[in-house]
Design a protein around this ligand. Structure first.
Ligand code: SF4
Length: 533
């Protein structure tokens, strides 16, 4: 059995693609190999959002040359955004690479590797699938051969129609293509049947999702028909907060069709697609958590205009205020770029003041780096000096860390609802999870002296359980809390089978205290960059 190791760089979308890479190869007999040194096939799933990540790829490929030569028959494949925009240039620079394939060609990987095995020259497959978009997902009707963890990701769209002047994504992932609602709902059900309690919908501008126009009433799935008939009369909204939103309807549909789902997150929304309909959804849908990751990129109108973000600082703040009106406890995280061409000290000060004003609880910030194909290359005569960028980034982190620490300290003594995601690391608590507001929470053992905790013992705490806990202390990035009440038991263990329809097993919840047998673990993956831009 060939052993597969996937090395992932970049955002959640890439991490998700790495899962799909594993999915398409597994039926062909490939097994996961956590140790790169022991693998037969190495897939490097790349990120090109920042220049640094691209440099890391080529230094890694340099090291992989020796890895490949150490054992005959080993294969190297390069995936992701760098593969997409560099294509054959990767082979020219690193001729020991066997396959270069883009995000839309993942399903072809087994054939491409087989061709290499039979002696074919390096294979390059990077074209976009505009004619017939594919959304790789698990075989949703299959018997469960693997359980899910408590959290799962579901792709709803790919590509991006925005043209932010700094961003390479539209050139590496192509124009927007949307997945039918029926498929999305079906995959959500699939993961919930396998133990997921929280799903994150993924898309480059996830809230611009709309039902693909190819959906017709001939579709025999009633879910599709319902949403299609509702949506056919709804014009695609663009840039108006008053416009209707297919995305909000999708959230409602998932809430209705997947009742066992506890939390529904999404990333990354574009600020200009925060609609009235989405705000209404926050009023109505309890499964939407009190947190939104809303990339802003800069606090300066001058920079926002130059970046072609299509909103002003005031409009961004208006969206924040509207979301807080719908959910007073709402927290926000964001992405920021410092040192964009022409950024002055005054522009940067606007970014700092925005961090304070919104009170972002988490900030993913990067120095601007010029990317191929992007319009911002034309601004190079306005480039900000590297040492200025460094100093601004350091200052930004200083302010963001202070704001985050202040927020976390303010939680001490309050109660938070925590979805348990994993066992805690040593000294941090028994379990680790996230609150409604996306704070990282380390849970200690329940207190036997706490009356409300009488029904709560360590045995019923497990991955996928939802507990209310009291925050006892705050650190720089997380809080520690003591469990008080079990709000939702962990899902019943999934009975895994090779064939036949899988069913939830009937063992009591306490038996689920450890990760379910067969729980899927990808070969070692390393995310080195922040969220989607
Ligand atoms: S920053 Fe986001 S919205 Fe802008 S072009 Fe890139 S992916 Fe699209």
């Amino acid at each position: 059995m060939p052993r597969l190791h996937v090395q992932t760089f970049g955002c959640q979308m890439n991490t998700h693609d790495s899962e799909r890479i594993f999915d398409v190869l597994e039926p062909h007999g490939y097994g996961a190999e956590p140790e790169a040194a022991l693998a037969d096939v190495m897939v490097v799933n790349t990120c090109s959002v920042r220049e640094k990540a691209e440099h890391k790829l080529f230094s890694m490929l340099g090291r992989l040359r020796d890895w490949k030569e150490a054992r005959p028959g080993r294969q190297i494949a390069v995936a992701g955004c760098v593969a997409s925009h560099q294509g054959s240039a990767i082979i020219r620079r690193a001729p020991w690479v066997d396959v270069v394939f883009g995000p839309d060609r993942i399903h072809e990987l087994p054939v491409l590797l087989a061709e290499i095995e039979q002696g074919a020259p390096p294979r390059i497959a990077v074209a976009f699938d505009y004619d017939a978009p594919t959304f790789l997902s698990p075989v949703v009707d299959a018997a469960p051969t693997k359980a899910s963890g408590p959290t799962a990701f579901v792709t709803v769209m790919k590509g991006c129609d925005e043209r932010c002047t700094f961003c390479i994504v539209p050139y590496t992932r192509g124009s927007e293509r949307y997945r039918p609602a029926a498929d999305i709902v079906s995959e959500c059900k699939h993961w919930v049947r396998r133990g997921a309690r929280e799903i994150t919908l993924l898309g480059q501008t996830v809230n611009s999702w709309h039902e693909p126009v190819t959906l017709t009433s001939q579709d025999n799935d009633c879910t599709s028909l319902d949403i299609a008939s509702q949506m056919r009369s709804v014009p695609r909204m663009q840039g108006s907060s008053k416009a209707p939103s297919h995305f909000a309807q999708l959230l409602r549909l998932i809430a209705e069709e997947v009742p066992d789902l506890l939390r529904l997150r999404y990333t990354s929304p574009h600020p200009r697609h925060i609609t009235e309909a989405l705000l209404d959804a926050y009023h109505d849908l309890d499964l939407l958590p009190d947190h939104v990751h809303l990339p802003v990129q800069s606090g300066s109108n001058r920079m926002l205009r130059r970046m072609l973000r299509r909103y002003t600082r005031a409009q961004y703040l208006e969206s924040i205020a509207s979301l807080r009106l719908a959910r007073p406890n709402m927290t926000f995280s964001t992405d920021l770029i410092v040192g964009f061409p022409g950024e002055t000290d005054a522009d940067f000060a606007e970014t700092l003041s925005l961090v304070e004003e919104v009170e972002f609880t988490s900030v993913y910030a990067f120095k601007y780096s010029p990317r191929p194909h992007t319009p911002a290359l034309n601004f190079e005569d306005l480039a900000v000096a590297e040492d200025v960028k460094e100093a601004r980034l350091a200052k930004l982190f200083e302010v963001a860390d202070r704001v985050q620490a202040r927020h976390l300290a303010g939680l001490v003594g309050s109660e938070v609802d925590v979805l348990i995601e994993s066992r805690g690391k040593s000294n941090e608590g028994l379990w680790q999870g996230r609150s409604q507001r996306n704070e990282i929470v380390h849970l200690s053992a329940p207190s036997s002296s706490e009356p409300s905790a009488s029904a709560l013992n360590a045995a019923v705490l497990a991955e996928g359980a939802l507990v209310r806990a009291r925050v006892e202390s705050a650190g720089a990035r997380s809080v520690k809390a003591k469990p008080l009440v079990l709000l939702a038991s962990p899902p019943a263990p999934v009975r895994l089978s090779e064939a036949g329809e899988g069913q939830a097993a009937t063992q009591p919840a306490a038996a689920h205290a450890n990760a379910p047998e067969g729980k899927r673990r990808l070969p070692l993956t390393t995310a080195i960059a922040g969220g989607l831009p």
